[in-house]
Design a protein around this ligand. Structure first.
Ligand SMILES: [Zn+2]
Length: 84
């Protein structure tokens, strides 16, 4: 192996947001790698539906498009100009 060109490959502890931890080997810069999802809690492996919404983006989307269906029913009447 040529020296000086390979990144530092070492043991890394992986910590998931669900509480699961495991060890792997990686060139990751820290000793602990934090995950939001892993194979223990991902819906594909658990078979359960889980909404991953850390920043409230789904809620924002629902609020933004709450009146869209009503607007489609009467497109001419519900044209609002929100300049403020
Ligand atoms: Zn997990």
């Amino acid at each position: 192996m040529k020296t000086g060109i390979h990144p530092n490959y070492r043991d890394v502890n992986v910590v998931c947001a669900c509480g699961n931890t495991f060890k792997t080997r990686s060139t990751y810069k820290n000793d602990v790698l934090h995950l939001e999802i892993c194979s223990k809690c991902h819906p594909f492996f658990t078979g359960k539906q889980k909404l991953i919404d850390s920043a409230g983006r789904v809620e924002r989307f629902r609020r933004k498009y709450a009146g869209v269906n009503k607007a489609e029913a009467a497109p001419a009447a519900t044209k609002t100009t929100s300049s403020s």
